[in-house]
Each structure stands twice: as structure tokens, then as C-alpha cells.
Design a binder for this molecule. Structure first.
Ligand code: SF4
Length: 195
């Protein structure tokens, strides 16, 4: 399995914000989002046992499986091995692909990058739907509300332009106040300066 990086930090976004967790970033993605801030192409081959050993060197058993798009490579056997060591597995996916056969997760965050009207959604149960609010005429947030999920979060897009970011934050908050099924998600790791 090609791994981009494994590191220990705080979960910066969404429901588990502030939770110490080991991040396993799998290489490769099937999308090319304009706002992507992840170098997901680089990586090195690691065996499942090497991945488990790397995870277990840290004190937290919360594990974020992320990417890129982790469903491109993830296996049921890796999930089972991490679960056997008491890990709580949190998947972050863009929702364009079904989950790999037999993979079990304790929490699924889906961050869909686009939704096409009338198309089915390939993932069954979603704990948290996290949408990047782009403040673009081409993005209709109401479409995402048709995706079944336990929790809905809007996250202001980081454009790297402080003035534009502030506009987007204000519009995100305004939208949430008008549509209270959504909650605000902030990239707190960027605010406090951790990975
Ligand atoms: S789906 Fe995520 S990792 Fe892939 S290009 Fe988009 S933002 Fe980047």
C-alpha cells in the first residue's frame, strides 16, 4: 500500500476536533480539486504490518484514515488489524467510490466535492457530511442536504487569500444561520499551528 505519511496530531476539523489522533494518509486521489492543499501523489510502499507498527508507536488509538482518496487502496485486512489493537478508525473520503469490500469503520466523514442531481451516492451510512463552502455560483449547498448523514458541517474554503477567506467565513456563517441543520467546521489545526 502506498503511504504518503503517518503522523500524530490533533484532529483539526469536524466532529472530532481536538482529538489526538494518528493520521494515516494514503497516496493517490481520483479528483483534482482546485483548492486541494494536500500533496497526495508522493509516498512509499509499506506493508500492512509496517503501517500498524507505525500507528502503535503513538499513545492515541484514534486513527484517521485519509488521503488523497483512501478507498482507492484500503483493505479490510488493514482495518481488521488496527481494530484488533483497539483502534477507533475514522475514515475521510470524498464519497465518489464505494467502500472497499469488508472494511469496517467506527466513524465515516464524507467530504463530497461535487454532487450531480439524480445520481445515487455510493456510500451507505455517513456519520458526518463535511462540505467545503466555496461561495461559488456553481455550488448549490441544498443538493448536499439530500445526502443522508447523521451530522452536517460546512467548512469555509481556504483560498490562501485572507481577505477572500474572511468573506467566505462570513457567508458560511450566514448560510448556517439560515439553514440550521448545518454546523460550522473550522480548520483549527491551521489556527493553532499544528499539522
Ligand atoms: S478529493 Fe481531497 S485529496 Fe482529492 S483532490 Fe480533492 S481535496 Fe485533494
Amino acid at each position: 500500500m502506498k503511504i504518503n505519511e503517518i503522523f500524530y496530531s490533533l484532529q483539526g476539523e469536524g466532529h472530532h476536533t481536538g482529538t489526538p489522533a494518528v493520521f494515516v494518509r494514503l497516496s493517490g486521489c481520483n479528483l483534482r480539486c482546485w483548492f486541494c492543499d494536500t500533496d497526495f501523489e508522493a509516498g512509499q510502499e509499506m506493508s500492512e504490518d509496517d503501517i500498524v507498527s507505525a500507528v502503535l508507536q503513538y499513545p492515541s488509538r484514534y486513527v484517521v484514515i485519509t488521503g488523497g482518496e483512501p478507498t482507492l487502496q484500503l483493505t479490510a485486512s488493514l482495518c481488521d488489524k488496527l481494530h484488533a489493537h483497539g483502534c477507533y478508525l475514522m475514515l475521510e473520503t470524498n464519497g465518489t467510490r464505494p467502500l472497499p469490500e469488508g472494511c469496517r469503520f467506527d466513524w465515516i466523514t464524507c467530504s463530497p466535492k461535487f454532487v450531480r442531481v439524480g445520481e445515487g451516492f455510493p456510500i451507505g451510512h455517513i456519520d458526518e457530511l463535511k462540505v467545503v463552502f466555496e461561495d461559488s455560483p456553481s455550488q448549490d449547498i441544498a443538493l448536499y442536504e439530500q445526502i443522508p448523514a447523521s451530522e452536517y458541517r460546512l467548512q469555509p474554503c481556504d483560498t490562501q487569500d485572507p481577505q477572500r477567506n474572511q468573506e467566505i467565513i462570513e457567508k458560511t456563517i450566514s448560510y448556517i444561520l439560515q439553514h440550521p441543520q448545518w454546523k460550522l467546521s473550522l480548520q483549527t489545526h491551521k489556527i493553532v499551528g499544528v499539522r
